[in-house]
Every structure is written in structure tokens, then in C-alpha cells.
Ligand binder design. Structure first.
Ligand SMILES: Nc1nc2c(c(=O)[nH]1)N[C@H]1C(S)=C(S)[C@@H](COP(=O)(O)O)O[C@H]1N2
Ligand SMILES: [Mo]
Length: 307
């Protein structure tokens, strides 16, 4: 059959009886996804900048429809379908980003000025949610390192803190205090400067839909999805590790680093496997979500303690 050989972990032993069904479904999906696959391949020709051998290359992109209707964006509601339903409430024009802290060029930048002349790059990245599902998305954006280089980080800058818009009028989820608003996230400086770290402005060759974090979101593909903060209005360079939303909410469940790590269970469920949206069966979760090139950032760190 014209299908790839299943990798170990694709088919669990208890699911073996369904293998025929699984194979037919894969073939069906592959044929159906050809159009999207071709688009993603084309997107990645010019200036793609991905390391050769990126495992995302072997993965079929998640259908656009799924990536824009099954979302986590608590500011637009806590159900997966809420962000799309409430997307129109978020106003993304005009949009400014406050740049503060240990940086040579602080200020309030209209988004166009912030990113002016920084070329957009296309990157197909997997995104692995802490809830054990994953997607493969063709992103478009600017490497965060290029923006930070333009802003001139001081030698004293050790971390970068990001915050999402706070505006309960336009973000109806913020009328309830299910989380402490504004949503915030942070990276260590070397993580922020890593070439994989992307500030996305688009996906699937178009502008970001509101439910996916328009007009500007972070994408850190080796970390759980919640690090990829949406609708950013503030970037602050700091000397000390900034508080982050999910770590504030439940420090025993969500650490600052939040690297995808199949060997470190969430206290309430396993992280060893994941379900790719659109697929029937679970697959094995890879260390750093398969982005082995970041491993050296954590050499010498105990990733069971620094989860
Ligand atoms: N501001 C903000 N950013 C957020 C979230 C959120 O609730 N608010 N959810 C996070 C989580 S848990 C995940 S898995 C990803 C989901 O991104 P997607 O909906 O584009 O797939 O966004 C992350 N960024
Ligand atoms: Mo998530």
C-alpha cells in the first residue's frame, strides 16, 4: 500500500484489531490532505530557514479548519469552540506593543513599526498542548531573535516577559476570573534568542485568525502550547524570572520551563503520548516535541525538577 510504515507507538497493541481501519483512514487522509500538503511545501521554499531533517517535514499539516476551530484562548472562552465563536469581539487594529525593561529602545510601537523591514519567514511547526493533543501548523512570522536584536537587549537582560491584551470589553473571557489577567508568559534569554522561536503574524499563508492569537503571538515549538502566548501587547526584558499565568495558577502542574517531556507526567495525566488532531490513534510524544536542537539549552539542568 502507498502508505508510510507505521512507527512504533502509532498503533497500540490493544488497537491492533483496528489496524485495517487505521490504514485505510490514513490513506484516505493522505489523499484528502494532498492539497494542503502541497501548499505547505510551497510555503517553505523561500527563506524557510528550517534545519534539514526537521521531523515536522514528515508530518501532514493539520487541516486549517481544525487549527482555527479547536483552540485554547481563555480570553475568548474556555471551550475549544469558544475562541472561533467569539473571535469577532477582538479588535486587532490599531495594535501597539509596549517594549520595556532592560533594552536600548523601549517604547510603544505600532505593530507595523515594530516589525518594519523584518522579513516574514514560513515555518511548519508542531504544537503540542499540555492536554495531550497536537497539531502541525504552517506558521508565518519573524524570528524573535531578530526583533530583540533590533530592540537592543542590555547585558543585564536575562528573561523576556510577554503579556496579552487586557480588555474585558473585547475579550469576553476576561469578565470572569478563571485565570489571573492579563495572560503572561516568559522565556529565558537564550530560549528567546533561539532561531526556532517565532513571533507569528500569520498561518497557512494568511494573517492569523483572531482565535489563533492575532495580530501577534509567540510560537515556541519545543514547549507545551500554553507558552505560545497570543495577542501580545507587551514585551519586557527583565533581570529576574517573570511570573507566568499557568505557573501562578497551579505551580505543581505547570513549571516555568514547560518543555515537552514525555518522561515527566502531569500530576493528573501521562505526557507519554498525544493525539494528533485529525488522527484516530495516539502517537508517542517526543522529548522537546522532537526539536532536539534545543537540548543544549538545558544541559546540566534536571528537567524533572525544572519542568
Ligand atoms: N493569551 C493566551 N494565549 C494562549 C492561551 C490562552 O488561553 N490565552 N492558551 C495557550 C494554550 S494552552 C495553547 S495549547 C495554545 C493553543 O494555540 P492554538 O489555539 O492556536 O492551537 O495557545 C496558548 N496561548
Ligand atoms: Mo495548551
Amino acid at each position: 500500500m502507498l502508505i508510510r510504515i507505521a512507527r512504533p507507538g502509532d498503533v497500540q497493541s490493544r488497537e491492533i484489531t483496528d489496524e485495517g481501519l487505521y490504514l485505510r483512514r490514513r490513506e484516505f487522509l493522505r489523499q484528502g490532505a494532498l492539497g494542503v500538503g502541497a501548499t505547505a511545501a510551497m510555503l517553505c521554499l523561500p527563506g524557510c530557514g528550517r534545519a534539514a531533517g526537521d521531523p515536522a517535514l514528515r508530518d501532514e499539516p493539520t487541516p486549517f479548519e481544525d487549527a482555527t476551530s479547536y483552540n485554547n484562548f481563555y480570553e475568548l472562552g474556555t471551550d475549544k469552540g469558544d475562541p472561533k465563536r467569539n473571535a469577532a469581539a477582538l479588535r486587532t487594529k490599531p495594535w501597539s506593543v509596549e517594549v520595556q525593561g532592560e533594552v536600548a529602545k523601549p517604547g510603544s510601537y505600532p505593530l507595523d513599526d515594530l516589525l518594519r523591514d523584518l522579513p516574514r519567514e514560513d515555518r511548519v511547526y508542531r504544537l503540542r498542548c499540555v492536554e495531550a493533543w497536537s497539531m502541525v501548523i504552517p506558521w508565518r512570522g519573524v524570528p524573535l531573535s531578530k526583533l530583540l536584536a533590533r530592540l537592543g537587549p542590555s547585558p543585564s537582560a536575562k528573561f523576556v516577559e510577554f503579556r496579552t491584551l487586557f480588555n474585558p470589553e473585547h475579550l469576553p473571557g476576561q469578565r470572569s476570573n478563571v485565570l489571573e489577567w492579563p495572560y503572561r508568559e516568559g522565556l529565558r534569554m537564550d530560549e528567546a534568542m533561539h532561531p526556532l522561536t517565532l513571533l507569528a503574524t500569520g498561518m497557512y499563508g494568511r494573517d492569523l485568525p483572531n482565535q489563533d492569537g492575532a495580530p501577534l503571538r509567540l510560537v515556541v515549538p519545543w514547549k507545551y502550547g500554553f507558552k505560545s502566548i497570543k495577542s501580545i501587547v507587551s514585551i519586557r526584558l527583565t533581570q529576574v524570572q517573570p511570573p507566568t499565568t499557568w505557573n501562578m495558577q497551579a505551580p505543581d502542574e505547570y513549571g516555568f520551563y514547560s518543555n515537552v517531556n514525555p518522561n515527566k507526567d502531569h500530576p493528573r495525566w501521562s505526557q507519554a503520548t498525544e493525539r494528533r488532531i485529525g488522527e484516530f490513534f495516539k502517537r508517542k510524544t517526543l522529548m522537546f516535541n522532537g526539536y532536539d536542537q534545543v537540548a543544549s539549552l538545558y544541559s546540566g539542568m534536571d528537567l524533572q525538577k525544572n519542568f
